[in-house]
Write a protein that binds this ligand. Structure first.
Ligand code: NAD
Length: 243
């Protein structure tokens, strides 16, 4: 029986790379994004043509309880549940906290943190019933260290890191592992706001001398999904020595 992975935010960047890695490993996939239905359909065709897997695309907002319920209803009826859940969808917000509106704050918390609560709650009944499952949260080094001008983002990712550690303890008796990957700077559209000069200056601060690739994050997510059942509650920093 093929395993099923659900990857949120898979239309591009890290989520898209993870979709390719899991398809190559033979997983059926549920891939989601906020609004790029065409990109998601194109990705589904790409994956199904290159690997013998079934792919269910779903467009919806991870911060919406009703969208997430519809997503899991579709996933459960198509594949009978989710074996691996990758909470990857996320947004950043750069600016001084004093300039941030409550609306923007709530949006950040909704997309980056409440989404993780919603998806885990919906994935768990099946995982607990089958006494196995892997939850992988894509987090950030800023959730460990905190970043100036990214206070809300840091708070959300710090929340994801604590959520990961706490839920891992709650679920270890059910043989469900919960881990997070705290990424450093990964070369995706999330960082498209940087000028070439800013990119070079940032690279200069990273001991590895470069940004990470989405494929490197995807490879670690696959390792966590396939690997050791005794590894749980960890926030694994993947940052080229940045922190
Ligand atoms: P990206 O901007 O390239 O892709 C984000 C994905 O999330 C897209 O598919 C988008 O559709 C989806 N998304 C955004 N808001 C959504 C919503 N409300 N509902 C559903 N889907 C939504 O970003 P990325 O760099 O690939 O980031 C993926 C994850 O990695 C995020 O959680 C991000 O915080 C984390 N991360 C990225 C970096 C980095 O440097 N790129 C560093 C640390 C952590």
């Amino acid at each position: 029986m093929k395993k099923t992975v659900l990857i949120t935010g898979a239309s591009r960047g890290i989520g898209r790379a993870a979709a390719h890695a899991f398809a190559r490993a033979g997983y059926n996939l549920i891939i989601t994004c906020l609004k790029s239905a065409d990109e998601l359909t194109a990705l589904k065709m790409e994956l199904e043509q290159s690997c013998p897997v079934d792919v269910l695309p779903f467009v919806g907002d991870v911060s919406s309880a009703s969208d997430m319920e519809a997503l899991f209803e579709a996933a459960n009826s198509r594949f009978g549940g989710v074996d691996v859940l990758i909470n990857n969808a996320g947004i950043s917000h750069i600016g001084l906290l004093s300039d941030m509106s409550l609306e923007d704050w709530n949006r950040m918390v909704g997309v980056n943190l409440t989404s993780v609560f919603l998806s885990c709650k919906l994935a768990l009944p099946r995982m607990i019933h089958q006494k196995s499952g892997k939850i992988i949260n894509i987090s950030s080094v800023w959730g460990v260290a905190g970043a100036s001008c990214e206070v809300a983002y840091s708070a959300c990712k710090g929340g994801v890191n604590s959520f990961t550690k706490a839920l891992a303890k709650e679920l270890a008796p059910s043989n469900i592992q919960v881990n997070a990957i705290a990424c450093g700077v990964i070369d995706t559209q999330m960082n498209a706001c940087f000028t070439e000069e800013e990119r070079l200056a940032l690279m200069d601060e990273i001991p590895a001398g470069r940004f990470g690739t989405p494929e490197e994050v995807a490879a670690l997510a696959l390792q966590l999904a396939e690997g050791n059942d005794y590894l749980t509650g960890q926030v694994i920093v993947l940052d080229g020595g940045f922190l």
